[in-house]
Design a protein. Sequence first.
Length: 82
Amino acid sequence: MNWTEYKKSITALTQEEIAYIEFKAELVFERIQQGLTQHDMAKTTGLKQSAIARFESHGCSIPNMKTILTYTRALGKELTIK
C-alpha cells in the first residue's frame, strides 16, 4: 500500500474507529512500558498469544468487553467509560 492509499484508508475511518485505535495504542504502549511481551500477556490473561496479537492489531474489529477488561486488568489498569 502506498502513502496515498494509506491516507485514504485512514481518513475514511469514523470518529469511533479512530478513538478505538487510539485506545488500543495506549494499551499496547502501556504493555511495552511495563516490559511485557504478548506472550507474557497471554500467560497473565489466560488468552492465547494469537488473541493478544489480534487485539493489538490495527484492524477495527472490536473484541468483546470481557477481552478488553481482561487485557486492561492484566496491566493493572481500570477501564472507565464516560
